[in-house]
Design a protein around this ligand. Structure first.
Ligand code: SAM
Length: 324
């Protein structure tokens, strides 16, 4: 994930984010490029704790206050005249983008496991990435129909020898864990989730709205807690007779390197399959395959890379060795 490297300056992080958004969100590419050159906004960012300087957080907070995505002029105004209000939203809120399409990149790995599955998602945000069996899927024409016609169809381009499932495996139990669970029934939390979507990025806004509408009928359970502390107790609640899967996507980059190691140690003690979908170099000890700039690596048990994946779930490149 670009823009979240605590070892880089704010300007460097905004330049990295501009690269990540290139071709996906022209508005945010040019906004991030402009912020990287703006001494007043950079000075404002430097007044915040390092983990609160991220582009996603600043841009979502500005959108939350303005009611529309900011351009550089509006952002300068906000920093100039509503600095405290902007800082307050950034201090209160977190980058909690919940992208249901990531289910499409995780599903082929889940479908290889013996069902039924008991799922624990750490860093689950609003729980939309717990609801694999509510969505429909379209893998370049390979269709998997979900039970609810109002639910979104997650479109994911398969690349390489993806073991495409014919159906979603049975899920007998599921739970999320998050420092700050978002509530799909809260209008304010939903507004924050909407503000986190990059403007102009295909059908993401519609997909999010459809996923939230479906989730509201039967909200996913996401417990408040820290993945460094509360995971073993939650995993213990999983029913016997199911394959326990602990998974996460776009989460470990928010942890300090020493905490990522602690988390990996905890995972290795649990009787669970561990699926990670994180940026290259983020999962401690995971070999990094040639990734040609791919944002995420889907891996099993912190040891075996399975696929390169798009950070927003639009494509999945399966690595041949992981088929067996
Ligand atoms: C970018 S969101 C990703 C949400 C979801 N996994 C997805 O892929 O759409 C990262 C989430 O991780 C959560 N998080 C970060 N650090 C955490 C920790 N130590 N324990 C639990 N949750 C954490 C954040 O609150 C946030 O909701």
């Amino acid at each position: 994930m670009h823009g979240h490297d605590l070892g880089l300056s704010a300007a460097e992080n905004y330049r990295a984010f501009a690269q990540e958004t290139r071709g996906r969100s022209p508005a945010y590419e040019s906004l991030a490029t402009a912020v990287a050159e703006d001494p007043v906004i950079l000075h404002f960012l430097d007044s915040l704790p390092p983990q609160k300087r991220q582009p996603n957080l600043l841009f979502a907070a500005a959108r939350y206050l303005l009611g529309r995505p900011a351009g550089i002029g509006a952002l300068r105004e906000l920093v100039g005249h509503n600095r405290d209000e902007l800082a307050a939203v950034m201090r209160l809120r977190r980058t909690q983008t919940n992208e249901p399409a990531r289910c499409a990149t995780l599903l082929p790995a889940l479908a290889q496991l013996p069902p039924p599955l008991a799922l624990v998602e750490v860093g689950a945000s609003a729980g939309l990435t717990l609801l694999f069996d509510r969505y429909s899927y379209d893998y370049g024409g390979h269709l998997i129909a979900g039970p609810d016609p109002r639910a979104p169809t997650l479109r994911c381009e398969p690349r390489g020898p993806v073991p495409l499932p014919v159906r979603v495996p049975d899920i007998s139990w599921r739970a999320g864990l998050d420092l700050n669970p978002l509530d799909v029934t809260s209008d304010d939390d939903v507004r924050w989730l909407e503000c986190l979507v990059w403007p102009g990025e295909g059908d993401r806004e519609q997909r999010l709205a459809a996923a939230i509408a479906v989730a509201r009928h039967d909200p996913p359970v996401v417990h408040r807690g820290d993945l460094l502390i509360d995971l073993p107790a939650l995993a213990e609640q999983a029913p016997a007779g199911a394959t326990l899967v602990v998974y996460h996507s776009a989460v470990l980059a928010y942890l300090a390197p020493a905490d990522r190691l602690r988390f990996a140690d905890t995972l290795r003690m649990l009787p669970a399959v561990w699926l990670s979908n994180e940026g290259p170099g983020v999962v401690p000890g995971l070999p990094v395959p040639p990734h040609q700039g791919a944002p995420f690596i889907l891996a099993r048990d912190g040891r075996t890379p399975m696929a390169l994946t798009d950070s927003h779930g639009t494509w999945l490149h399966w690595l041949p060795a992981s088929q067996s």
